[in-house]
Ligand binder design. Structure first.
Ligand code: CP3
Length: 338
């Protein structure tokens, strides 16, 4: 692993590091206030006067060990000229694309569109709240981006057979698009690291949709390439291949510096299968319940991973209904665990 001073992956502190996926988001009243005034989510992600503030909101309130830059995995399709919008209760909607003309886009054009993100990272990384803490940059996994760009909305969990049959009908075009995505994922990572991101997390949120026959080509192979790229830039890589049936096989193939697990993973089993640092796992719904159940469940993960490098996090993003009080309680539980 790339040694970085005080990195959440170098476990030399007595307590487990903690950060939470979507820690800057709708459960925070101070975020909702900004969001109300900024109806266009993509424009908000491109506002370098506000993004650093949103990114640091959770660190002002809570004792987290890392910030994650406030952005979205869909900024890559946006940078490639595909329009992206969000409607309440539906999630993202993307426009049709012409893959042939997309393949002719110049990387300077992409970078220019996304420059405010890189400037936001520069500004954020200089803030004293981040002294000795990580600033996590991120990308969507190529497969997950392919799903959004070609299906043009969230796939939902219901219909995996579609993504293993009909989705690949126009194979030549799909593979052409996939190559473009991989290239721009690498470009986006390079700019984030050069601007001050100290770790990169790869969110392959829809890895679980892939049947075994497609896993190698659409998940392992491109992710191996991306992990090599991240390591070549001198920062560590965390992978979150949500829902992938076989985390052991993923880690053996892809070799990230740490693996983030979803809430369907059996923590005891994975502990015996994997020797790299582990992150996450606890079901975000636990934070909607009562404090005694939270304590029981958080302690379960802390106990299981007590002799293993473990970054406390959830098995998916924190839910908008979560109460602030429960987040404070969770952090206390993690920091008091011995
Ligand atoms: O973690 C963080 O705090 C950093 C910010 C972050 C966001 N999105 C902000 C956001 C990160 C890391 C993401 C990643 C992301 N975006 C993923 C991968 C993680 C996952 O959830 O599986 C995916 C699949 C997306 C695409 C996307 N963007 C979806 C499905 C949605 C939700 C739409 C909805 O209506 O809930 C978004 C929007 C989004 N991205 C929000 C936030 C805070 C909510 C926007 C709002 O305020 O309405």
């Amino acid at each position: 692993m790339t040694p970085i001073k005080n990195c959440i992956l170098n476990k030399n502190s007595k307590t487990n590091p903690i950060w939470i996926m979507r820690q800057a988001g709708r459960y925070l009243p101070e975020f909702r206030k900004i969001r109300e005034k900024n109806k266009d989510f993509i424009n908000l992600c491109l506002n370098k006067n506000i993004v650093p503030e949103i990114t640091l909101q959770p660190l002002k309130r809570f004792n987290f060990d890392a910030a994650i830059i406030f952005s979205d995995i869909l900024m890559i399709p946006y940078g490639l000229g595909q329009s992206v919008s969000f409607s309440k209760g539906f999630g993202p909607r993307l426009n049709n694309i012409d893959i042939n003309s997309m393949s002719k886009i110049k990387s300077e054009k992409f970078t220019n569109k996304l420059i405010p993100i890189y400037e936001s990272i520069k500004i954020t990384s200089k803030n004293t709240l981040l002294k000795n803490k990580d600033l996590i940059g991120f990308v969507g996994g190529p497969w997950t981006l392919l799903v959004y760009m070609n299906y043009k909305m969230s796939p939902g969990e219901e219909n995996p057979s579609f993504f293993n049959n009909e989705f690949f009908k126009e194979k030549y075009l799909i593979d052409k698009l996939f190559k473009i995505i991989i290239n721009y994922v690498k470009i986006h990572i390079t700019h984030q690291v050069k601007s001050g991101a100290t770790i990169i997390q790869v969110f392959d949120s829809w890895a679980g949709l892939l049947e075994e026959k497609y896993r190698e080509k659409y998940c392992y192979e491109p992710t191996i390439e991306i992990i090599k790229h991240i390591k070549s830039l001198g920062v560590p890589a965390i992978c979150f291949p949500r829902g992938i049936k076989n985390y052991k096989e993923f880690v053996r193939n892809v070799k990230p510096d740490a693996i983030s697990i979803d809430y369907e993973v059996n923590p005891k089993k994975i502990l015996n299968e994997i020797d790299i640092p582990i992150q996450g796992g606890m079901d975000p719904k636990i934070l909607l319940g009562d404090k005694s159940d939270l304590k029981k469940e958080a302690n379960k993960y802390l106990e299981i991973f007590k002799d293993h490098p473990y970054i406390f996090n959830l098995g998916h993003g924190i839910l908008p209904e979560t109460k602030i009080e429960m987040v404070n309680e969770l952090i206390n539980i993690v920091k008091e665990f011995k």
